[in-house]
Design a protein around this ligand. Structure first.
Ligand code: SF4
Length: 172
């Protein structure tokens, strides 16, 4: 039972973030076409996470797929650190998926916090409800449909394209 469950859950939280931000990016990421190491925004985001976590707990990896920036077991809180709140709805879905993931493993009662240190802002997510679980499962099905397509969805110019690691791939 547990191996089946882990197989079902075995997907990165980034998949959910990209599902909201850009379905083309989702397809590219899922199918292993990544240029993330060349993106200044990604590098800045990682640096910010490292700075915010300095002298605190390290990030937590679950099943080599889920990376929680920080977890506080006393208050049952997971914390996701982000550079900018431009993609707030995507960040919320990513954290909701982490709560779903923990819940499916029997780790119930967690809440999430998205921290934007540069904006001195924190956004609470959860605790997860039954409706949230249905929503995550419906989105999982949609994601499966998208990534199964032989070609990525057409590029559509959006705000985040400028900082996207796939920018030249999509627009050069
Ligand atoms: S450059 Fe824009 S269209 Fe292309 S993957 Fe990135 S966000 Fe999507």
């Amino acid at each position: 039972m547990l191996p089946d469950l882990l197989k079902h859950l075995r997907r990165s939280g980034l998949i959910y973030l990209y599902y909201v931000v850009c379905k083309r990016k989702l397809w590219l990421f899922y199918n292993g076409i990544q240029f993330a190491k060349y993106s200044d925004h990604v590098i800045q985001g990682k640096a910010l996470t490292l700075t915010s976590l300095a002298n605190k707990r390290k990030e937590i990896r679950l099943n080599e797929q889920i990376v929680l920036d920080r977890i506080d077991l006393k208050t049952k809180t997971i914390i996701e650190i982000k550079k900018s709140n431009i993609s707030l709805e995507a960040h919320k879905l990513q954290v909701l998926y982490y709560l779903y993931y923990l819940d499916q493993l029997g780790l119930t009662g967690f809440t999430g916090v998205i921290s934007y240190p540069r904006q001195f802002k924190r956004v609470k997510v959860g605790p997860i409800t039954d409706d949230d679980k249905i929503k995550i499962e419906q989105i999982q099905e949609e994601i499966d449909e998208i990534v199964r397509q032989p070609m990525p969805p057409r590029a559509v110019r959006i705000k985040v394209c400028k900082g996207c690691s796939h920018f030249e791939f999509c627009w050069a």
